[in-house]
Design a protein around this ligand. Sequence first.
Ligand SMILES: [Zn+2]
Length: 194
Amino acid sequence: MSNNIHRQPNNIGQAAKHPYIAEEIRGKITEMKESDWKTTHYWVKAHTGKGGNELADTLAKWAATNKNIQESYNKIPKSVVMKDLEEENVKKWQRKLTQTTKGRTTKEYFPDVSERLKMKLQLTQNFTAIVSGHEKTRDYLHRFKIIEEPTCPCGKGDQKTDHTIYAWERLTKKRDRLKKRLYEKINGQLTKRT
Ligand SMILES: [Zn+2]
């Protein structure tokens, strides 16, 4: 099946003045594509007597002169509405996060909602425990009165999450490997960009 969209200066002029019409035409074309229609666009000189063209012209004139149809200048494409809603929601989410006193630890790791949404993270039980401040460190166990001392076996401070991530000597090798990998990854991305 095939369908030809005829265009002539008048049609284009009308469509440009009515973004909603242009949007509607795009929608129809997409719909037809889905049912295996092939659509081609080509420009024809005004009033060549082609059926489709005459019809389009008549409809355009009718729409332009008919006072009874509602004007639709202010209609916005669905994609734009969706994007606006999404942005609005992220803002709301951010406001809530900034105001709340809950989830203090998580907020330290992820203070910015839109930045967090851009990250691809593999969420595991351990990861969630760490970023929510529920990792079973000695400090954690001490806070819940399960053990007597929060001190790390390394003797260089209390075993808080920050200590295990940044300082605990038992993890030095793993930490260095991670640093190296991150360094290579960031470097790689920088080289790709230039
Ligand atoms: Zn330690």
